[in-house]
Design a protein around this ligand. Sequence first.
Ligand code: C2E
Ligand code: CA
Ligand code: CA
Length: 661
Amino acid sequence: MLSRRLDRAGFSVTCAESGTAALSMLDRGGYDLVLLDVSMPGLDGFATLEALRAKPELAQIGVIMVTARDQTEDVVRALKLGATDYVSKPVNFPILLARIEVLAARRRAEVALRASAERFTLAMRGSNDGLWDWDIANDEIYYSPRFMNIVGMGEEERVGTFDLWLDRVHPADRGRVTADLRAHIDGVTFLFQNEHRLMHATGGYRWVLARGVAARSADGAATRLAGSLADINDRRVLDPVTRLPNREWLADRIDRILQRTPGTRRPPSALVIVGLGRQRDIAHGLGNAAAERSLQIAAERISSSLRPTDVVTRVAGEQFCVLLDRLDAPTDALLVAERISAAVGETVEIDGQPVDLAPALGIAVDTGGYDQAETYFREAAIALDSARAIPEAPRIAIFQAEMEQRARRRLGLETELRDAVRRDELVPYFQPIVTMDAGRLTGFEVLLRWPHQRLGMVSPGEFIPIAERNGLIVPLTESLLRRVTAADLLPKSAGFLSVNLSARHLASDSLMPFVHSLLDETGFDPTRLKFELTESAMLSDEDRARRVLGELRALGIHISLDDFGTGYSALRLLAELPLSCLKIDRSLVMNADSDPKRQRLLRGIMEMSTHLGLDVVAEGIETEAERALLVELGCPNGQGFFFARPMPLAEARTLVAGSAA
Ligand code: C2E
Ligand code: CA
Ligand code: CA
């Protein structure tokens, strides 16, 4: 009935069946005003209002609440939640019409104000700025209507003191505002200009840009400061690529929830961070536009896996975050995460190329334990790190206290590794590489060990990735190479020494000069030296790899392709790069004796290597059955626990002495 009468009064009206439907209609835009009933099936009027105000692009839309007569507390609650006005039921149509017209007039006034403000454009740049004028001596500020509108100030605040402004500034921004202001008043800067967050009447913060210039008395003292205030919230809060709010916005929202209801009385919530695993590859391989497109697709897919009241935010380059508020049970978060993982994990086609976005999800659950958004974020991010390490989809991890311990351990190791490298505390172990049939020693792979005072032997699987990240890998490998090429380390009969070289080292300009001076200084026979490199190390910059490997080969140093069978296994590389040896990864060897498919694969690899003149080592031989199979397949060399484990230098010496005898 209401809608028919409004229609007749000249408004264009659409009805929504429910709060949820209203929210998705509003998302599509094009509305000036919302009439919202309090009691509705499903999402009630208050929840709808709250969800609507939580969306940055709807924070300003007019909302008239339709309440039952004499429900004063409903009215108060609605206004607190950000309703613009209210009418009570049964609706008195003329009153409703009057109120709508007031709001419409206000909207028109805003438009008119914008038009009149245009006159200031030259002075104030931007027609949408609020104006302020501060009489410093009397500490009285006048605010323009647009200024008041940006922060939702009431009419009674039109004239105030400067402190009232400062009170509204986000505590984290306050220091910079006063410092910038002081600098301008003191004449240090020639313009006062500061971006900060101002508390809006509805409770949240909005980003503003304040600019001003002081008028000065004859002695140079500032007497007045006047300027403009621009609402830059959309620019600051909405990510331009996905049009999603950013991390700061979410942190602010979480902090408000955590502060509103402290502790265990709070309904459980969960923070889910979604990280995309392939963004870098997409950007490098298909370009920036494709990378942006994939982010947009991921954002859409995440949104469509959620309730309409949940807001997706983009919190970092390839990371999205959702706060799942008011969960019935904490475990519901896992169901939502699985839904997101399945949706985002679907292959997408970008520029005609199928792409896997490879999502990983970290979850932190709040059952009253958090008091700060930052902790909440950090723990979800730690869970995300664990999720990323899961080899196959769905990659989902829920934060647990042990994860934090592991993250701490990693951090501790990072610092200690620096000292350990400086003090040369890492020691080489030696694992024999032998002929497959007779078990005769042909050489050793050098594997680093870190004897740690507190933690015992730390494995390279743990510290090498750290060293690669912080660059320590280069000095670490250089000192290892110096040590193993020392003349008296092992006799010639020990055969070759095979040292692992990381991608980062291959990419560093210091590698070749170092190798030259090493060979000069030690006189070590370069043909006894082998470098093991993985495929990905060579693929990251193929031209460079081809050049550097060529130079190493020219010196006589051999190159092994490590972990063959785990990556792309790009056959082209085998033919094009100057390799001397192929190391078949343990994952291909493991239990191959009972797997005919794997046997055919291994046979193929052997044939191909023979054609290309490559030597082959099968890694990770643990059983006699595996060894026998590889002998039958014609694989010349093996390495693995079946023959010998990595051993300290003294044992390696004994072994060499024994095999020479
Ligand atoms: P990798 O190069 O593939 O080295 C072989 C790994 O397999 C070694 O682990 C070795 O102990 C293990 N292994 C050998 N035989 C068997 C077997 O029969 N069964 C099983 N289960 N494992 C076997 P480790 O010493 O823990 O090294 C792990 C990885 O750390 C190495 O993998 C290598 O990528 C890296 N790493 C070790 N030392 C260095 C180094 O000096 N420089 C660089 N850049 N990386 C290193
Ligand atoms: Ca290796
Ligand atoms: Ca290997």
